[in-house]
Design a protein around this ligand. Sequence first.
Ligand code: PEP
Ligand code: MN
Length: 337
Amino acid sequence: MLIVMKTNATAREVDAVVDVIQAIGLRAHPMPGATRTAIGITGNEGVIDSRRFQDLPGVAEVIRVTKPYKLITLDLRPEKTIVQVGDATIGGGELAIIAGPCAIESREQALAVAEAVKESGARFFRGGLWKPRTSPYSFRGLGEKAWEIMAEIRETFGLKIVTEALDEAGIGLIEQYGDIIQIGARNMQNFPLLERAGRSKLPVLLKRGMAATLEEWLLAAEYIMAEGNYNVILCERGVRTFAQHTRNTLDLAAVPAIRSISHLPVIVDPSHGSGNTYMVTPLARAGVAVGADGLMVEVHNHPELALSDGAQALTPSQYAQLVNEVRAIRRLTSAAG
Ligand code: PEP
Ligand code: MN
């Protein structure tokens, strides 16, 4: 159920509705918007009697939600969510670029890539500390040791740190030292992990599971939001199909599809979405052209020596060129409205 407050409803009236929701053992999710506040309700298993709310002061409308989504929807929040990360944003006017190596391998490697990321004007640095690898014998990241390197990058370049958490302890560490919690494709339906991210104050970048439908992905975002964290960024990174010319099939139609359902920002990862360096820039251009709010791109100072995902890494100069091109596309598409 969704309660839409009148445009002139007071904060006190909103609080009074929230109190009633809580008094019957449910959770209230007030979402202030440009013209009105809506309040989502979660925690109910059956149908809630709308008559409890319809006559409360300030209530304009009580809407029964028939879709599986309660909090990600445009019904709850018609304006796009802009995720604030310190002084940077994702989902606002500026194209958000999150770039860096697949994994932090050494101080020298990470700083060299971070310098290129900073130089490009991007605000976000990515790099895995704990890598979910298909084989247990592959390089699985430096782990906690790499926080020192991340701290130096944050300090020296002022970049926001994005890294993937594989477990709840990882989220705790990102809360201490990082800026955005990344939940990877393999954990998109790790529900306890999603709930833990939902209790965090940090924004969550939720990658699409490699075999997830749009509905499953959006419901994973609901898990996070139902715990009270509304700063979720969706990341399309390709799904597995019968295609053999790419690592994954980048589903660019997901961008406008999400846009038609949800207020959450959505970004595109052309690196995991293709698996091949030569495809990354063309797919990045396409991602921006279909309206993505940003990109996540893997960059390595020596792709041929990379300990993971070298085949899809851009060199710093390829990356700089990509950023110039996608910014130009962004200017065109935003000018076109
Ligand atoms: C990554 O971003 O490094 C990663 C492992 O991506 P995904 O979860 O999309 O496979
Ligand atoms: Mn990778």
